[in-house]
Design a protein around this ligand. Structure first.
Ligand code: ATP
Length: 221
């Protein structure tokens, strides 16, 4: 995989966790924060770190921000600083800019100034956890659109030993099992004869309603 160069503005909990993971994934990361302590904490983890105020254009120019493939603005509380840093990264020509928003209004402003992706970490994690709390089999999900979702569903005891033909999610609910993650490896595009086992995870694609109905049918709390 090609090494991508990231610049992260703001090394709080959100920015630092993105930075650590990007490094784990083999990328190069420059971390910028005006707080010396935050920078110290990550100085041995990230590729480079700089103590600086990211709302100053000269600062971003001097660190060569325009050469980065992606900029992440991980400032939340100081909305003015978040907006200024985002505008500067965009103006300097950073190819893709992702920014954290702490409210819908903050997010709307970021969209207006051309940010490529707005992230609402607290709101999105809250929604995710709520879904997982009401659906004990739901391990994770990705919303493909407003209507379609891919969900990872743990195989409950009532389905272990059954083939996909017997469970028949497509016939009963209209959603399809596109993969089964088994302890010994992943089965892509399983057939009707594939049998579900304990600890298997089904990867299911369908409309939100279809997946919800399937979950309810297997949901043993
Ligand atoms: P988190 O939840 O990620 O810990 P937070 O919302 O509690 O973040 P923020 O105020 O959003 O905290 O700040 C995140 C980081 O951004 C802090 O480490 C802060 O020092 C840094 N920061 C804020 N403004 C600037 C700026 N103008 N230039 C550089 N760094 C900044």
């Amino acid at each position: 995989m090609k090494t991508t160069q990231f610049v992260i503005i703001g090394l709080g909990r959100f920015g630092s966790s993105i930075g650590r993971e990007l490094i784990e994934l083999g990328n190069e990361v420059l971390g910028v924060d005006r707080d010396e302590e935050k920078v110290q904490e990550l100085s041995t983890v990230l590729t480079h770190t700089v103590i600086a105020d990211a709302t100053e254009e000269e600062v971003l120019r001097s660190i060569g921000a325009r050469n980065f493939d992606c900029g992440v603005v991980a400032i939340g509380d100081d909305i003015q600083a978040s907006i200024l840093a985002t505008i500067l990264l965009k103006e300097l020509g950073v190819k893709k800019v992702v920014a954290k928003a702490v409210s819908e209004l903050h997010g709307r402003v970021l969209e207006r100034i051309g940010v490529d992706r707005v992230i609402y970490p607290e709101r999105d994690m809250g929604i995710r956890v709520a879904h997982q709390l009401v659906s004990p089999n739901l391990l994770d999900y990705i919303e493909l659109s407003k209507q379609y979702t891919i969900a990872e569903l743990a195989v409950p005891a009532c389905l272990t030993g059954k083939s996909l033909a017997e469970v028949n999610p497509r016939g009963r609910f209209g959603c399809s099992v596109v993969a089964i993650n088994k302890l010994k490896g992943i089965v892509i595009a399983p057939t009707a004869d594939d049998v579900l086992a304990e600890k298997d995870v089904m990867v299911v694609i369908g409309t939100n309603d279809q997946i919800e109905e399937f979950q309810e049918s297997i949901g043993s709390r």
